[in-house]
Design a protein. Structure first.
Length: 478
């Protein structure tokens, strides 16, 4: 398994090499094509010059001789082509022997010498005033004759291109290493942070910021994950402590009192048995709430969905809580919006559980002579249930955690009896019925819980209810 730095370096280098190879091939082909065009033009001019030289010799001497145009023979030998002069009737006046050029080339360059099989003669007429004076035969061992100077020029250009290519490859590899390091180093650091988190070092964070958007997003995500894992670990430890505490208290009370009754230290009076029964009931409620949470986590909670009049439900709950609030000298008010209907699609048992839990919670943390207000309002699409109390309030830094199971805002709140999972159940029930819940609070002034449900429109589109198992029923069948 290779590192990301190695793979990036190899990928960039291979891409650059392929690009250079393609560029070299294209440049070489283009250069050869243009050089061949250049040679073709020069060769055409050479042929025209040779023909003109023979024509001038004929016009000067008024006839062909054995030395007409012989001055061109030395040029032909040096450029590796042959010349032959023919009369108008194509009888040979003089001719160069191509075999001599082959033998000469073998002496100079035995491995790269040309052969007679490559020899090709080209015949051109020598004209003057549209009269054919004779013919010149130019024989060569390739379609284009390349001189030594031309070869040296072409080789120098090719060598320059190769040197430039190798230099470019070296520079590109250096750039690839630099770019790979710039990209891989922060990823390696983030990977190390993620590994540390996976090994249980939940305080590990990557603090060095990057200048690449995607890598910076990854860094922030890993850090956010670490913070959440750290918080969850803290909550897990508190959960173990609180569950032990919540289960141990009623069991200790039962054990202590029952041992005292068995030993005859305390009499088994109806009052004492009633107190022990209250501890049993409290213990049972805690187990029931834990079972509800287990059903939520297993997504096996069954809900019976129906069209509900939330105003009527709140009215009934308001009347049911009158006795409890009067007993504790707390004023309870219900303020519904007068206009409009308040129909929602929800599970009736869940709605009762939500409101009951919130009201019980408000009563526990509201002192005597305090006030609890239930307010119902709506807009075009949603209805809002606000339960406001004048209790002790919740610190701002604890608000994000109030719906966590067994979360306690501070030790002073532990003096109030409760299992610590009521608000967790409330949030899950709200979510099960397609709603949302928020809380605002000020220490010393009280808290406000706001629940939002989508209004049900008769004949309108059905809304999605969160939950694995649900049944749609009429309200009368509940």
């Amino acid at each position: 398994m290779r590192s990301i730095k190695y793979k990036l370096t190899v990928a960039i280098s291979i891409s650059a090499l392929l690009s250079l190879l393609i560029a070299y091939i294209v440049i070489n082909l283009t250069l050869n094509a243009r050089f061949n065009d250049y040679l073709q033009v020069n060769q055409t001019k050479r042929d025209e010059r040779i023909i003109a030289t023979f024509r001038d010799a004929y016009l000067r001497d008024k006839r062909w001789t054995n030395v007409s145009g012989k001055s061109l023979e030395r040029e032909a030998e040096s450029a590796n082509f042959t010349l032959s002069l023919l009369n108008w009737d194509k009888s040979v006046l003089w001719a160069m022997d191509p075999l001599k050029l082959v033998e000469k080339e073998k002496e100079i360059n035995p491995d790269g010498a040309f052969t007679m099989e490559q020899y090709v003669p080209y015949e051109y007429p020598i004209k003057s005033e549209n009269q054919i004076l004779g013919y010149v035969v130019i024989g060569q061992f390739s379609p284009l004759v390349i001189s030594t100077e031309d070869k040296n020029f072409l080789n120098s250009i090719t060598m320059s291109i190769l040197i430039s290519a190798f230099l470019a490859v070296f520079i590109i590899v250096l750039i690839a290493l630099f770019v790979a390091r710039q990209l891989s180093d922060p990823i390696e650091r983030i990977s190390h942070t993620a590994y540390s988190l996976s090994m249980g070092e939940l305080t590990a964070r990557e603090l060095q910021e990057g200048d690449v958007v995607e890598i910076e997003t990854l860094r922030n995500s890993i850090n956010s994950l670490g913070e959440k894992l750290d918080r969850q670990d803290m909550l897990r430890k508190r959960l173990i402590t609180d569950v032990s505490h919540e289960l141990r208290n009623p069991l200790n009370v039962l054990q202590t009192n029952l041992e005292a009754i068995i030993d005859g230290i305390l009499p088994a009076t109806p009052e004492r048995l009633q107190a022990l029964n209250s501890e049993v009931v409290r213990f049972g409620k805690l187990l029931d709430n834990l079972n509800i949470l287990k059903q939520f986590e297993a997504e096996s909670m069954v809900s019976k969905i129906a069209v509900l009049d939330i105003r009527q439900i709140l009215q009934d709950i308001y009347h049911n809580f009158q006795g409890i609030t009067k007993e504790k000298s707390i004023k309870l008010k219900f303020i519904p919006q007068r206009s409009g209907e308040f129909l929602i699609l929800a599970d009736k048992h869940s709605i009762y559980q939500i409101i009951n839990n919130l009201l019980h919670n408000a009563i526990k943390f509201t002192p005597r002579n305090g006030m609890i207000t239930i307010k119902l309002s709506r807009d075009d699409k949603f209805c809002y249930i606000r339960i406001k109390d004048t209790g002790i309030g919740i610190p701002k830094e604890d608000l994000p955690n109030v719906f966590e199971r067994f979360y306690r805002v501070d030790k002073s709140r532990e003096l109030v009896e409760g299992s610590g999972i009521g608000l967790t159940i409330v949030k899950n029930f709200v979510k099960l019925n397609g709603g949302t819940i928020d809380v605002t609070s000020t220490v010393g002034k009280g808290s406000t819980f706001t629940i939002k449900f989508r209004l049900y429109e008769v004949g309108g589109p059905s809304m999605e209810i969160t939950g694995r198992s649900s049944e749609l029923m009429d309200e009368e069948n509940i």
